[in-house]
Ligand binder design. Structure first.
Ligand SMILES: Cc1cc2nc3c(=O)[nH]c(=O)nc-3n(C[C@H](O)[C@H](O)[C@H](O)COP(=O)(O)OP(=O)(O)OC[C@H]3O[C@@H](n4cnc5c(N)ncnc54)[C@H](O)[C@@H]3O)c2cc1C
Length: 494
């Protein structure tokens, strides 16, 4: 240089991996990246809303903190309980009190029967437990399943068609709808057997009946569900804190509006449209619901964007109510389910103080907490009421169902617009097409509730998979860089 100073090569920036979406999927993905990548790699989470957690959220009803989104996790799968243990939260893991839920049928509450898979009876010896929910003729029809002509499914079908063909429509309307519909807020006439009840899909493919004399022994030992003392909504806050302690950045209030390929990575566009900000990344994980994922992939992976754009969602709402204890005196059970055929607007009530000891411990001696759920796919009209009206409708219906006159002292309404992806017939093929399209693109993977299951354990598993795939891709990319472009890898880097 003219002034004699040595020209300095620009310091290369550290490798940067960006996770878009700060729900449970994105936070778990970031957590795994931090563990895998080590301190030399920057991990950044970008979350559009002012808080992390997505559908995991606690809120207040009066003085009590309760879950306003997801409230329990399947404990028969290892992912969620494993994560809690890994985070040192074993002592805060709780299980629902052992007490039954009920289902409304023809205006009367009946204990939810045992021996079903998502409401489909699978255990012949327990058929008599359906009496009351189904009338005698309907129980008999369900029991005649074995006598129907053998039929082997070769392609996906909606749950309702298959179950009503085998066992009669009443099983669908009065058992499957409240259980399966509860998880997806969907309609079993559209939901995929293959994607939503894989155990029964396997039987159907093998030409085996739904109802077995010797039911396949279910996994026993240990509770089916787990919760977290203080609410499942604490989990994302704990994860975000751990991430920051480990050196990752979690930025809220940052909507990613654009995603484009660069020479050797990705550019994410954030900030207001007139003065955008750009973030460069070597690797990106999109941990988003279908619609924002589709928008961001429109240019980079149009096939995936189109497929994601075709996924419907259901909007739901939760009304949490603090009800004077005396008004619910003697009410037992963890809650009740209401199938659409009962023509009610509420589809479930969770008696949170009965279900979770931590809720009753936190609540003052005068109140009990009840959570009411509303909203199903393609039935958004019920949610178009204001909060006061929605709470009033929900409580009035609860009163009719339980035959009491309760008047909550406080309610809290939480709306979840477009919250639950609908796993309709052909969903798994669609997911495969999305994954195949994304697989051919370097430095990019996807995860979230749209792919392998809406439950928290499934989201964790999908996040693990996305991190594993990104790791593999980045290793390939780095090797490509070291060796120069080679045939077969040029396609990957384009
Ligand atoms: C009312 C309700 C009750 C439920 N109950 C249970 C239950 O008891 N047990 C269970 O296992 N599951 C339950 N679920 C399902 C489960 O909670 C969800 O499927 C899961 O939490 C989804 O997590 P996610 O991270 O994939 O998506 P989300 O939670 O939707 O997170 C995605 C995040 O991405 C952000 N985002 C969107 N667009 C952008 C963008 N352009 N840039 C940056 N960020 C963006 C969003 O703000 C959001 O925070 C329930 C769901 C609902 C709605």
């Amino acid at each position: 240089m003219a002034d004699g100073r040595q020209e300095q090569a620009p310091t290369p920036r550290p490798r940067r991996l960006v996770v878009v979406g700060g729900g449970i999927s994105g936070l778990v993905a970031a957590w795994r990246l931090v563990q895998k990548a080590g301190p030399a790699t920057e991990v950044l989470v970008l979350e559009a809303s002012p808080r992390v957690g997505g559908k995991l959220l606690t809120g207040e009803v009066g003085d009590v903190t309760v879950d306003l989104g997801a409230e329990s996790m399947l404990a028969r799968r290892p992912e969620a309980v494993g994560l809690l243990a890994e985070l040192g939260l074993d002592e805060d893991v709780v299980h629902p009190r052992a007490s039954a839920a009920s289902v409304l049928s023809r205006g009367v509450l009946h204990p939810l029967p045992a021996g079903t898979v998502m409401g489909v009876p699978v255990d012949r010896s327990r058929l008599s437990g359906l009496a009351g929910i189904l009338d005698a003729e309907e129980v008999a029809r369900a029991g005649q399943e074995r006598t129907r002509e053998a039929f082997r499914l070769t392609e996906d079908i909606d749950v309702a068609s298959w179950v009503s063909f085998r066992m009669g429509r009443a099983v669908v309307d009065r058992l499957v709808e409240p259980l399966l519909g509860g998880v997806y807020a969907g309609n079993s006439d559209r939901l995929s057997l293959q994607a939503t009840v894989p155990a029964l899909w396997q039987r159907a493919r093998a030409g085996r009946p739904l109802l077995e004399s010797q039911p396949t022994p279910t996994q026993t030992g240990g509770p089916v569900f787990a919760g977290l003392r203080g609410g499942v909504g604490r989990l994302p806050l704990i994860l975000a804190e751990r991430l920051e302690k480990a050196g990752a950045q979690v930025r809220t209030g940052v909507t990613v509006r654009g995603l484009s390929r660069t020479e050797d990575g990705w550019r994410l566009e954030t900030g207001p449209a007139p003065s955008p900000e750009f973030i460069e990344a070597d690797g990106v994980i999109l941990a988003l619901p279908a619609a924002p994922a589709a928008r961001l992939l429109a240019e980079a992976v149009p096939v995936a964007a189109r497929e994601l754009g075709g996924i419907e969602t259901a909007s739901v709402a939760v009304v949490a109510a603090a009800i004077p204890r005396a008004q619910l005196d003697g009410l037992t059970g963890t809650g009740l389910l209401i199938p659409p055929v009962e023509n009610r607007q509420i589809k479930a009530a969770t008696f949170s103080s009965n279900k979770w000891r931590w809720v009753s411990d936190e609540t003052d001696a005068q109140h009990l907490i009840v959570r009411l759920s509303l909203g199903r796919a393609r039935e958004e009209a019920v949610l178009q009421k204001d909060d006061g009206e929605l709470a009033a409708v929900a409580v009035a219906e609860l009163n009719q169902v339980i035959g009491r006159e309760v008047r909550p002292d406080r309610t809290q309404v939480m709306r979840w617009g477009g919250a639950l992806p609908q796993y309709e017939v052909g969903h798994l093929d669609r997911v495969q097409r999305i994954r195949e399209a994304v697989a051919g693109v370097p430095g990019l993977t996807v995860c979230g509730a749209v792919y392998d299951g809406v439950g928290i354990p499934a989201c964790i598993a999908a996040a693990d998979r996305a991190v594993h795939d990104l790791d593999t891709k980045l290793r390939i990319d780095l090797r490509t860089l070291a060796a120069g472009p080679r045939v077969g890898q040029e396609r990957i880097r384009e």
